[in-house]
Design a protein. Structure first.
Length: 557
């Protein structure tokens, strides 16, 4: 009885003891528990397998050696590892699920393949999706948004000398004729080019000199910017160095001037083209420097062609009054008027046509920028700067975004592959933001109608000067006092006033129109401003009797 009970207990249940028991060890009855089962041969296990726990909580299914009636060729750990291996390259894309059974049995493997719990845990919806993605090539990926179109647009909106100058055909032809007549014809002469800042004076002259390199091959060209000189007298030393007198002993004053005059009138000397940009910086006591320079082309045997560039329209009449007594020494005059809104818009559109693809700037944004700039200064460089700054704002915003894009070599459907080369266009709000942030309220639109050519801010400045001159009973006032009076008039008319630095620009534009006269000083606020027209002619010149009457009606500022 004890032996029968022992056999039945060994065949049905697990022992309560947790020690590992090797097959062949007799039970309490003296017989092996599994030896009574017919046709079962138990092989001794390896030492590592003997120490593994046999509890059902630890080892389940076919990993429980007590429930496996056949021999196991290797340890359970190695079996699990082999079962969980991914398919080989020859069986790419195939997985063995619990419903699949092997058709052939390889030597040393079990007859019945039952997937382990570890294998079942891998076959989740997420793993199935991962397997599907592994088989299908990935055609899209997350990339930073590109901004190549913005870089191209900024490069064409530079302020350097362009290949083609728009809205300056008349002035360009005049400079070409002058050079052909005097340089190619070896005839001395002088030309004075005037105009407000940013109206294309220096750009036109530089482009023409580059185009005339063949015609000027036998002559010498000297280009000096008078802003870089330490004093007005330093221009003579700079000219001497350009003419090859660097090794000569340094002389100054009248001796240096005589030496230069001798070289310019020497027989056999090639024609010399002297370009003095910002010529009004040579203003000195008695105007000796400017008189001397303008008299050089009319010396006996002179080989000099002088071209002066400055902002003031009447420099030769106001500063060089002595030239009036010698009409032969008076230079030819050429004025560059401020750009109109149509001309500024055409310049911006012509530049942006060089960018491949769609338009980076909306047409409404271009027109808005052109109107704002032409209303205050007509400075094309300022319009280019505003557009370039607006493009930078949009570019920074676009580059901070990420988008899905196809990988190189992947073909997507037409609907998915169509990507706009311009992620976001620069619109009117961006231009308005730049004008507001950088220039504040200094950009003001001119009034409508026939007086568009005379901006509103310039009208108010002229009226403010006239009212201030009445109260102070003085013909000249400083720019600082004029700006204070102008600001009070703007407040009274409920309009935004420009800053003092912009007020000087407005006064310079009025000087180019022949309405104001400026006497520059070291400090801008100390510049003397005066009217060049009579009081009764102000209303006719401004073409706005209502505005002039409202402003002049105020007795005190």
């Amino acid at each position: 009885m004890p032996s029968t009970r022992s056999q039945t207990q060994a065949a049905i249940d697990f022992p309560r003891r947790k020690q590992a028991r090797a097959p062949g060890v007799p039970t309490a009855g003296g017989k092996d528990a599994a030896s009574t089962l017919p046709g079962v041969t138990l092989l001794p296990l390896s030492p590592r397998e003997k120490v593994l726990p046999l509890s059902p909580r630890k080892r389940l299914g076919d990993d429980n050696l007590c429930n496996v009636p056949q021999s196991v060729p290797c340890s359970p750990t190695k079996q699990s590892k082999k079962e969980n291996e991914l398919p080989s390259a020859s069986h790419k894309g195939r997985r063995l699920f619990s419903s699949e059974q092997p058709t052939t049995e390889s030597p040393g493997r079990r007859n019945n393949l039952v997937p382990s719990p570890l294998l079942k845990r891998q076959e989740t919806p997420r793993s199935s999706e991962r397997a599907r993605l592994n088989k299908e090539p990935v055609c899209i990926q997350l990339f930073k948004q590109e901004g190549t179109c913005y870089q191209q647009a900024k490069s064409v909106l530079h302020t350097a000398v362009p290949d083609r100058l728009l809205a300056r055909e008349k002035e360009t032809d005049a400079i070409r004729r002058f050079l052909k007549e005097h340089v190619c014809g070896e005839k001395p002469g002088s030309l004075y080019i005037s105009g407000a800042p940013g109206t294309g004076k220096t750009a036109c002259l530089s482009r023409i000199l580059q185009d005339f390199q063949t015609e000027l091959l036998g002559s010498k060209t000297i280009v000096l910017n008078c802003m870089s000189l330490s004093s007005s007298q330093a221009v003579f030393q700079a000219i001497a160095e350009q003419m090859g007198q660097q090794g000569a002993p340094k002389v100054s004053g009248r001796d240096l001037v005589r030496k230069l005059e001798k070289q310019l009138t020497a027989e056999g000397t090639p024609m010399t083209v002297l370009v003095l940009d910002e010529m009004d910086q040579l203003d000195s006591k008695g105007q000796d420097v400017l008189y001397t320079v303008f008299e050089w082309p009319w010396l006996i045997g002179s080989r000099l062609v002088l071209i002066g560039v400055a902002n003031a329209l009447d420099l030769t009449d106001r500063i060089l009054a002595r030239l009036q007594a010698r009409p032969k020494c008076k230079p030819q005059l050429l004025n560059f008027p401020p750009y109109t809104k149509e001309q500024i818009a055409s310049i911006l559109q012509e530049r942006l046509r060089q960018v491949s693809g769609d338009e980076v700037l909306d047409s409404t944004a271009i027109q808005f920028c052109a109107r704002k700039v032409s209303a205050v200064s007509g400075d094309a460089r300022k319009a280019l700067d505003i557009c370039r700054r607006a493009i930078e704002i949009v570019e920074l915003d676009v580059r901070s975004q990420t988008v899905f894009k196809p990988l190189p070599g992947c073909k997507l459907p037409t609907a998915s592959a169509s990507v706009s080369p311009v992620p976001r266009r620069v619109g009117l709000p961006h231009i308005s933001r730049v004008i507001s942030d950088v220039y504040g309220d200094r950009m003001a639109l001119g009034s409508n109608g026939a007086s568009d050519s005379f901006p509103l801010q310039q009208k108010i400045l002229v009226c403010s000067l006239l009212l201030l001159a009445r109260q102070l009973k003085a013909k000249e006032v400083t720019l600082g006092k004029l700006h204070e009076a102008y600001s009070r008039v703007c407040r009274r008319q409920q309009m935004a006033a420009v800053a003092q630095s912009e007020c000087l620009s407005l006064a310079t534009l009025l000087e180019s129109r022949g309405i104001l006269a400026l006497k520059k000083a070291k400090e801008a606020r100390l510049t003397k401003v005066s009217l060049k027209i009579e009081e009764r002619d102000v209303e006719h010149a401004l073409k706005d009797g209502v505005l002039v009457g409202n402003i002049l009606a105020g007795e005190q500022l």
